[in-house]
Design a protein around this ligand. Structure first.
Ligand code: HEC
Ligand code: HEC
Ligand code: HEC
Ligand code: HEC
Ligand code: HEC
Length: 280
């Protein structure tokens, strides 16, 4: 039976499947291409004039993002570095490497390199880097693991719901469940445990500062008829200490110093869903 068809046909079903997938993929990509502005496209990865690698410079060499993108903390805008920044090192390092020819030329002629912009929100959207970075929102939340990219690509969709989902998640009201205390709970530790939250969060959700003592908190919360606020989620999950803002591999849950930290309360975070916050 196996002699009827020549041997090469064994691979045929695979090839057909591949061709079909390729076609389907092509149609999907085409739809995506024509109906989405290019800067909103997840996966958009233009090739850059110089093969600059974040994986080498950030991950391997450990250069902080802010050494090059030094506007992020101070302004709404996160700049791409000027050629001078590259030349600080590359006047010495790989000073004859052909891949850096354009960099040397740009420096000599004082003409900026034409980096292709990848991330952009439409002009009718107001966005501010420093407002986020100084409130513990890390680059990785919006740009993905840039430190591991050989060539930067658009990792997340900058749709309106992308922004709103996070803003909503951090609005304490959306997490709070009012609960009546009728003396059936024994103490704040029990309340916290029952709801899978920490004492620090219990303080934060009820508007008490972190330094109020547990005894005092208990006194204020555990009165008959008193309503207390209990979180139904963790509004802190996308926030971190400022010292770790550019450490894209940082995980708050592995850091005993910060695992229970209530950043939302500490920084009095008030995210907004008002149209006028982003459309001014
Ligand atoms: C703090 C020093 C430093 C700065 C600033 C710096 N580089 Fe580099 N770069 C290096 C070092 C070191 C290497 C060599 C890494 C290796 O070979 O492992 C390198 C390698 C490269 C390479 C070769 C990549 C490869 O595959 O080996 C290119 C291209 C490059 N850099 C471009 C740039 C550009 C463009 C800038 C400015 C935006 C820049 N570098 C800024 C230190 C720096
Ligand atoms: C040595 C300089 C250097 C360092 C360090 C560096 N970058 Fe960059 N970055 C660049 C250059 C040059 C570009 C423009 C070329 C490109 O897209 O690769 C860029 C582009 C980007 C872009 C895309 C910009 C656009 O057009 O939308 C993002 C996002 C970004 N960097 C984030 C980061 C983050 C996050 C870190 C830290 C983990 C970091 N960068 C560290 C030099 C640097
Ligand atoms: C809350 C989301 C968010 C965070 C956090 C964030 N970015 Fe951005 N980033 C954006 C948006 C949105 C844009 C497009 C801005 C625009 O169109 O004006 C952008 C654009 C950029 C650009 C391109 C600027 C240009 O004009 O070419 C760079 C570079 C960049 N970000 C780097 C960083 C770095 C580095 C960090 C961390 C220190 C960071 N971003 C943190 C959302 C974010
Ligand atoms: C990972 C969470 C997160 C994401 C994603 C996010 N934001 Fe925010 N945003 C915040 C936090 C936290 C603040 C600070 C609120 C405060 O300071 O009380 C903030 C503040 C703001 C503010 C007020 C800034 C000011 O100047 O007062 C604007 C506007 C805003 N964000 C727009 C955006 C837009 C547009 C996007 C999407 C491109 C976005 N945000 C995505 C968390 C986020
Ligand atoms: C946290 C920031 C933020 C808030 C708050 C916000 N928007 Fe947006 N909005 C955006 C972003 C970002 C885009 C661009 C989306 C894109 O490029 O696909 C957008 C796009 C739009 C668009 C263009 C159509 C579309 O969906 O692409 C309309 C209309 C709009 N918003 C209306 C509103 C209204 C009405 C509200 C209040 C209920 C609102 N927005 C609140 C961030 C926000």
């Amino acid at each position: 039976m196996s002699e009827v068809f020549p041997r090469w046909t064994n691979r045929l079903p695979g090839q057909i499947l591949f061709a079909l997938l390729f076609l389907l993929g092509g149609v999907a990509a085409g739809v995506n291409y024509y109906f989405t502005p290019k800067y909103a496209r997840v996966g958009y990865q233009p090739s850059q004039p110089v093969p600059f690698s974040h994986a080498i410079h950030s991950n391997q060499l450990g250069i902080d993002c802010r050494y090059c993108h030094d506007g992020v903390e101070k302004s709404w805008y996160s700049n791409v570095p000027s050629t001078d920044t590259c030349i600080n090192c590359h006047s010495e390092v790989k000073s004859a490497d052909p891949r850096l020819e354009l960099v040397r030329q740009s420096y000599k002629e004082s003409k900026p390199i034409d980096w292709v912009q990848i991330h952009k929100v439409p002009d009718y959207v107001y966005f501010n880097h420093s407002a986020h970075v100084n409130r513990g929102v890390s680059c990785v939340e919006c740009h993905g693991r840039v430190d591991l990219m050989e060539e930067v690509y658009h990792a997340k969709s900058f749709s309106m719901s992308f922004c709103l989902d996070c803003h909503r998640e951090m609005m304490p009201e959306t997490h709070l469940v009012q609960k009546d205390i009728n003396g059936d709970l024994k103490g704040i530790h029990e309340i916290a445990k029952d709801n899978g939250i920490t004492i620090a969060q219990l303080k934060g959700f009820n508007g008490y500062s972190e330094d109020i003592s547990e005894k005092e908190l208990e006194k204020r919360l555990l009165r008959p008829g008193q309503k207390i606020n209990i979180s139904a989620g963790d509004p802190n999950k996308r926030l971190r200490p400022l010292s770790e803002i550019t450490n894209l591999s940082y995980n708050r849950w592995d850091d005993p110093d910060f695992i229970n930290k209530n950043f939302v309360a500490h920084w009095h975070i008030k995210t907004s869903q008002n149209c006028s916050a982003c459309h001014r």
